[in-house]
Ligand binder design. Sequence first.
Ligand SMILES: Nc1ncnc2c1ncn2[C@@H]1O[C@H](COP(=O)(O)OP(=O)(O)OP(=O)(O)O)[C@@H](O)[C@H]1O
Length: 595
Amino acid sequence: MSARIASASDLGVLATLRQGVRISPQIVQGIGWTLVLAVLAAGGRVVVPLAVQATIDDGILAPGGPDAGRVAVLAALAAAALLGAGLCASLVNIRLVRRTEAGLAALRVRAFRHVHDLATLTQNTERRGALVSRVTSDVDTISLFVQWGGIMLLVSTLQIAVATALMLTFSWQLTLVVWVCFVPLFLVLRFGQKRVNARYTRVRERVGGMLGAISEAIVGAETVRAYGVAARTGRRIEHAIETTRVAQGRAQRLVATTFSSGTLMSTLALAAVVVVGAHLGVDGDLTAGQVVAFLFLVQLFTGPVQQATEILNELQNAVAGWRRVLAVVETPVEVAQSPDAVASPRGPAHVALRGVRFAYPDGPEVLHGVDLVLPARAKVAVVGQTGSGKTTIAKLVTRLMDPTQGSVLLDGVDLRDLTLDSLRDRVVLVPQEGFLFDGTVLDNAAYGMRGPRPADVEDRVLAAFAALGLADWLADLPQGVHTSVGQRGESLSAGERQLVAIARAYLAEPDLLVLDEATSAVDPATEVRIARALDSLSAGRSTLTIAHRLSTAEAADLVVVVDDGHVVEVGPHARLAAGEGVYARMHAAWVAQTR
Ligand SMILES: Nc1ncnc2c1ncn2[C@@H]1O[C@H](COP(=O)(O)OP(=O)(O)OP(=O)(O)O)[C@@H](O)[C@H]1O
């Protein structure tokens, strides 16, 4: 049974950050020094108010008249401190960017690998484009926050702490005034978080949906054009783009409201400090220098508090993205290797299905207790009506998924007890449409070879085509084995793609071949080539073919008839065809149609 990829992990904000850092530890590597630099950056800035206070009280308003020398020294000191602070801030920035990029690159790789490890059925619970967005744009939101928001959060928090400490040394009353002015903002931030987060989660979902819709329309462009449904497809994409825009707008509006309340509170705090400060000054509690310095400190305090709302914006966006990436990484790998798995030794493959039942996720049972034996080196053809369960059997035999009940045995051992590597070495599935990657015929055929590419790869690929009786076809290609196949192999015809897929399977040297016979019609010459190549490919191996043509069943050693999730007949073609069962009827109908 497959797991569904959750839309997002349900961790809280802090737990998400913790989990994110656990998965990408590079982000916090060397954070100790970064923190020291951040402290220096924040510390350097607060030197200015102190210098201002000293300049006014001990320089300009010095008891013996203005002291120009002292003013100059203090100004130079402030300038040096500011320079140092700027330097430290940029070092913090560089370190964070470097670490973040390393951490997030590792996260992308990990998420991507995990997508590959997930069972096909699990992957299918999400549209391809949306899955891609989790490895690309969702990770980008994290990067934006950690690089910019991360530094701001570090420097700003320290700045707020240092500014508060210094304000306290000047006047606890004025400090209290400043904090009281900001209490409402803190409350807004505290309680607004959840709502902002919910809106950003929606944004990330919409972005995933939009990318899914766009990539589907691009991949299916030919079908769209062929059926003249460009307008309808266009409307669907416009709708996806529009809902993304609306979601973005809603999130931004909420953040903007919080943001403006920050500006309001800052102005309020400044005004209150002037009024109360003037009052305290008149009473002789504060010197003129202290009041002015205090105003500088208020600026140092309010700057980061205002920025905190922007940081919150980035943070929530990042957390929403992070949750979606984490949801992928945390989706359990269903077809996983058991810790006690053993390697399956090479040799003639003997397969048995014992009481196999299977239901697709959220669907009814489609195989109802299948018992079947595929003898070693036999050519077995599985036939049956469309939807009877043939492909499902093939997917279970290749362990693309596991039975809901019962077991599939290879040489007497349950597939779940075998190492995946040894299973993939021995069992190869040739799907109806072999996927070709953008590259040459050589690249695509060599894809079947396990392990690193050998030095004599070209000779081996050529030998494979020759053994399959395809040397003449290969020689006729414009650049032979170096001919480029184009994206998805679209520079080749469907039949030619099959030839390359057969060569790929040949080079994989499996003990058991599972062939999903192609249904698409090809020209007679290619058809003959494919049939010949398949014969050579299956020679000496156990072969399980999902036969869509009864001619394949005629040539098999054993025919398995599947009907509505049950194996109803098993035997050689001649015996079954001579009987009165399902196969005999199918065969008679086919003969009447084709001969
Ligand atoms: N990914 C899936 N999710 C849900 N149900 C599925 C899925 N794949 C197949 N099924 C259902 O399982 C049943 C068996 O399908 P299967 O593909 O094994 O049939 P088949 O005999 O190979 O058909 P065909 O000859 O058309 O390829 C069908 O009822 C089908 O609707």
